[in-house]
Design a protein around this ligand. Structure first.
Ligand code: SF4
Length: 436
């Protein structure tokens, strides 16, 4: 067993002969054991949605049933996804953030950036006096020079970079005291460390500008050359440097901003391993890992277990919530409906993938709150592809019974889903009442 440490010398990991980070596994298990009742402010809860979730949980403790919950009110029927809403990491972050505010009434409290990608939660934290140091793209809103060692800084659920951890440390602020980094994100960092320690270059499948991927990239490059690919199209281009189809010089321009300092495209793509942002689309992530593995097999003319000499044998690093929510969305889409409503922050990665899945089958409206349903025939919704909010007319068809699929991302409060449900139901006066 080997003991290693990261540059900040704060987190220590043990990696056994199989490359399994035992301390990582132990810590994640411990944290998962705490899949307990987190203390979540009442404003995020819903008796209707909470009741549905609890009843499904009791009937299906092993989470094998992905069929939706059917709420049939006659004129309108709702199909509610089996899994949605606040995940472990979000509940953990919300609990820590609100406790931090309570315990530090006399101090200035900052968040490095949005704590999670949900506008309601972020707005409420701002209304309680919390200030954001950066926006989601990493642009500085408050200069580091304005911070002092007396201030409290909360690290968001996505985690943060080694550079920012060090910056806080220089100011005299302990970056780990109010750290809401999700244990499933730390697990990705640990996996990258374990692979990097075995001399693999790390390929991170993630959105290069997303806070989590920026943090993962930063931690990964401490131990190994690292490159980020955002999708299959970029992976195919990367593979052309592995095979020599593209000249090495071109790489540095094509992947500018996505590789670690000193990356040597000729040498550093001979032995690779893939990790992912926790919230990517499972099928994309699998496709990218399979594609790169195949490229290595062809390039080095190898067979069977020999492939591990060139391609690290690991599983994806998607988190349980991403898997549950996407599987439940596939379950939802086995049914028929007239439209789907997906709720969540427009910058939420996991929510956007649920939207992508739904819109392949039926008209899908991505909304951040019930207020976006302007009337019984107008809805303001986010177009993922054009990155703009649009207004669509007559989104509810005129028919005897309208069926609506309803789900949301891992950072969306139950209260938001409830308000959407109630707003839609209110457009059907002849429908049976919702009994709470
Ligand atoms: S979506 Fe997954 S990784 Fe992100 S906070 Fe939730 S559990 Fe953690």
């Amino acid at each position: 067993m080997e003991v290693i440490s990261n540059s900040s010398n704060i987190k220590r990991f043990r990696v056994n002969a199989l490359g399994v980070n035992t301390l990582e596994a132990e810590n994640t298990r411990k944290k998962m054991k705490k899949m307990k009742a987190f203390h979540i402010p009442d404003l995020y809860k819903s008796s209707i949605i909470g009741g549905i979730k609890e009843s499904r949980r009791l009937q299906d403790k092993l989470k094998k049933d992905y069929t939706p919950t059917v709420l049939d009110y006659g004129a309108v029927k709702f199909l509610i996804s089996r899994h949605f809403g606040f995940c472990y990491g979000v509940e953990n972050a919300v609990e820590i953030a609100y406790r931090t505010i309570e315990e530090n009434a006399d101090k200035r409290i900052f968040l490095l950036s949005e704590m999670i990608h949900n506008p309601d939660v972020n707005a409420d934290l701002l209304s309680r006096g919390v200030k954001f140091i950066m926006d989601t793209a990493g642009n500085q809103l408050i200069a580091w020079s304005e911070l002092t060692s007396e201030d409290v800084v909360i690290v968001p659920a996505f985690g943060t970079t080694v550079e920012i951890q060090n910056r806080l440390s220089e100011i005299g602020i302990n970056a780990y005291q109010y750290d809401t980094t999700c244990p499933f994100v730390e697990k990705v960092w640990n996996r990258a460390t374990a692979i990097g320690q075995k001399d693999y270059t790390i390929v991170v499948h993630g959105k290069p500008t997303h806070e989590e991927t920026r943090a993962t990239f930063s931690h990964s490059k401490e131990n190994a050359p690292t490159i980020v690919v955002k999708n299959m199209a970029q992976t195919i281009e990367l593979a052309k440097y592995i095979t020599g189809e593209k000249p090495a010089e071109q790489f540095y321009e094509e992947f500018a901003g996505q590789f670690s300092e000193g990356f040597n495209v000729t040498k550093d793509l001979q032995r690779i391993g893939v990790v992912n942002q926790t919230t990517m689309l499972a099928s994309d992530t699998q496709g990218i890992a399979d594609y790169l593995k195949q490229i290595m097999i062809q390039q080095y003319n190898i067979e069977g277990s020999d492939v591990t000499a060139y391609f690290a044998d690991t599983r994806d690093t998607l988190c349980y919530a991403t898997n549950d929510n996407q599987s439940a969305t596939y379950g939802l889409l086995k049914e028929n409906a007239d439209l789907a409503i997906v709720a969540g922050g427009y910058n939420s990665s996991n929510t956007s993938h649920l939207v992508e899945l739904c819109e392949q089958k039926l008209p899908t409206y991505f909304i951040s709150s019930a207020d976006k349903i302007l009337s019984d025939n107008l809805i303001s919704h986010f177009d993922l592809h054009e990155k703009v909010e649009k207004i669509t007319k007559d989104f509810i068809p005129s028919k005897e019974q309208v069926t609506i699929m309803l789900t949301c991302g891992a950072s969306c409060p139950d209260a938001v889903v409830e308000s959407i449900l109630l707003r839609l139901h209110s457009f059907f006066p002849e429908a049976e009442p919702i009994v709470v």
